[in-house]
Design a protein around this ligand. Sequence first.
Ligand code: NI
Length: 391
Amino acid sequence: MIVAPEILARREALIALRHDLHAHPELAYQEHRTSDLVAAFLERLGIEVHRGLAGTGVVGVLRRGTGPGMIGLRADMDALPVLERNTFPHRSRHDGRMHACGHDGHTAMLLAAAEYLALHGRFDGTVVFIFQPAEETDGGARVMIEQGLFDRYPVDAVYGMHNWPGLPAGEFAVHAGPVMACADQFDIVLRGHGAHAAMPHQGRDPLIAGAALAQALQTVVSRALDPADPAVLSVTRFFAGGEAYNVIPGQATLAGTVRAFRPEVQDAVEAAMERLCAGIAAAHGVQATLEYRRGYPPTINTPEQSAFCRRVLTGLVGENQVRVDLPPSMGAEDFAYMLREKPGCYVWIGNGLAEGGCMLHNPHYDFNDDILALGASYWARLVGSALPLSE
Ligand code: NI
């Protein structure tokens, strides 16, 4: 493993920075303190700073030499509305907000890389450091792009990194294609006719129709899709009725999420859901409306950049520490929007073996300080390889 000595020498400061971010988590589009901290850090290094994209977004630009090459490195800054259950000194100072996905670590690693590159970097071209808000909920990456991120900074390629609990510290994973799924949402309203619970024949029961529909929706993935195409359909909400034990409600609502890797699969799921809603509603004499909304698209690495990252990582940690055999995750990631615009690659950095339920979004989760210098070194090596000095 070849961690840059200059980064290793800054290890304690890097950990302190990460702990400070962890203690002060901010939710989507409210990352004001974090944004100020990031901007000040970059400015101190003499890095050109642009603020305001998607509100709290920060972009740093570092040029060396005359090379035309330009690459983007992206970190996310937002926290989650989770009540932290950790008791260590750097736990969240704000009840109900927590860096439970490690974006504190992602921000710290990219800042450490910026520091190294500004002070010691040997490369020829332009590095664009992208610190984005609102990865967790609302597509801060999409908003930055809509507000001109890649018009102002026409990068040749863009790179992302996420910590991965369960993958040993010191290891990375690279996917040649899909790495994260899409995250679509649906809402279904079933309108029947309320009645006295003792006289059900006088109404049309949307609750029973909803129960049948929730069951039937489980056949979408198993019966309507090619078994070789991964997809998930989860019903996550089912509301009907109120306080009374003796009232059949007039309405039931269901909601949930759909995950897949290809637009054709999303289309097929939506069509199958329409059929089932119409059919089950007709069978029960109620009305059904389905609202199906496309969310984050799937995150798909481009082959050339994926192979490039694999080479960079192999040089960093050795071939045995670079996993290329892991299946993609059915989770979602708004870096997908950047990969829709530009070639690039999103890698996983091992956060260590999860013990005691320390998976992402868990109230006991914490980013692993031992991988900060390694992740920063990956960024630094990537820049040196993507924007090499001419001989
Ligand atoms: Ni995350």
